[in-house]
Design a protein around this ligand. Structure first.
Ligand code: WQD
Length: 341
């Protein structure tokens, strides 16, 4: 039994490969390395003692993608992370985002049918909810038009999975809707490796404290929140990785209640940007230099998860405290040194 992890050298993918291996699964990674480094395989091996099989492949190329399944005949399940995922970048590059993210999932599902691989876990996002009218969001919260082509690709991918599940009911699929993944493996062997200037909050904070960036810009403090800054549900990367192992096990054990299921993978707690900065400073003893600036286009005001369904039905719950996630992120940044990635 082997799990194919597409995008497995990425931030979430690499942490998931570690948890899969530690749960006893064999893994093969397929990645085009457009947004990650091959050295991540060393980090994974340093943690688990097992170097995962690796195939460098562009998943928008169906011929090359089929070769993975012809070579690894023991693939019984797929966790599909591979996608372009920079919200801001997607606004200026819609064709690249739709072309890459939509064609790669279509090729994945096509291969599932051709090679009879019946278990599929998809990396989705809370972005599909947009700015929800009622908080916290449940899996039944209506999806809203995404604020970016990136977010729209996630919603479209879920629609494709839904229609595929209806047409071919022998496949079992789960979409995990993540909130904000943060932190790093406690070993500091793997972590987030943003390309260029980080879009996301935590790597920008750690690079600022490391002296790589001058100061953090807090994008607006005039929102309708207690301290005026936006609220998010920050989930530890190892907790998130474990949710994928639980989901794939559910499918392999045929415990799914329908052939497509959706789960909110968050902590259930909303945290503002200023609260996060304060938590980081307390956890690390380091000051975060910041200034308040204008809002960032496309940002929503607040979102956090109702995790009742994932806790009860999936049997998964986030456990790592925010302070520990932030300390791990900082330890990882110290390990990276002052590299400008
Ligand atoms: C978090 C908060 C910013 C940077 C995105 C995607 C989502 C998921 C996670 C992939 C916001 C504020 C940020 C900065 C700031 N990605 N911020 N200064 O936008 O909530 O979610 O990444 O799955 O799908 O939408 O994450 O980390 O960019 O922002 O003030 O330099 O931090 O305004 O309130 P976001 P983020």
């Amino acid at each position: 039994m082997r799990i194919l992890v597409t995008g497995g050298t990425g931030f979430i993918g690499s942490h998931t490969v570690v948890e899969l291996q530690q749960a006893g699964y064999n893994v093969v990674i397929a990645d085009n390395l457009i947004n990650s480094n091959i050295e991540v395989l060393d980090g994974i091996e340093n943690i688990t003692g097992v170097r995962p099989a690796f195939e460098k492949v562009d998943l928008t190329d169906i011929t090359a993608t089929k070769e993975i399944f012809k070579k690894h005949k023991d693939i019984t399940a797929i966790i599909h992370f591979a996608a372009l995922k920079a919200v801001g970048e997607s606004v200026g590059k819609p064709l690249e985002y739709y072309g890459n993210n939509i064609n790669s999932i279509i090729n994945m599902l096509t291969c599932m049918r051709e090679f009879d691989v019946r278990n599929f876990v998809f990396s989705s996002s809370c972005t599909v909810y947009g700015q929800a009218d009622v908080l916290p969001v449940t899996e039944q919260t209506p999806k809203k038009k995404a604020e970016s082509p990136y977010g729209n690709t996630k919603a479209i991918c879920e629609d494709i999975m839904n229609d595929f599940a209806f047409a071919e009911n022998q496949f079992k699929m789960i979409a995990l809707r993540y909130f904000n993944p943060i932190g790093a493996h406690p070993s500091s062997q793997i972590g987030e490796l943003p390309n260029g200037t980080p879009n996301n909050l935590i790597p920008y904070i750690t690079q600022t404290v490391a002296g790589i960036r001058k100061e953090l810009s807090v994008f607006g403090n005039d929102y309708n929140t207690p301290d005026g800054t936006p609220i998010r549900d920050y989930i530890d990367i190892v907790d998130l990785a474990k949710a994928h192992v639980t989901a794939i096990q559910r499918l392999i054990d045929n415990k799914n209640k329908s052939n497509i299921e959706y789960f909110n993978i968050g902590t259930g707690t909303g945290v503002s940007v200023l609260e996060l900065i304060e938590t980081f400073e307390k956890a690390t003893g380091r000051k975060v230099p910041y200034k308040i600036t204008a809002r960032r286009a496309g940002d929503i005001e607040k979102i956090w998860a109702d995790t009742t369904f994932a806790n009860r039905e999936l049997g998964w719950k986030a456990e790592v405290p925010l302070s520990e996630s932030l300390l791990n992120a900082w330890k990882w940044q110290e390990k990276l040194g002052s590299l400008k990635l």
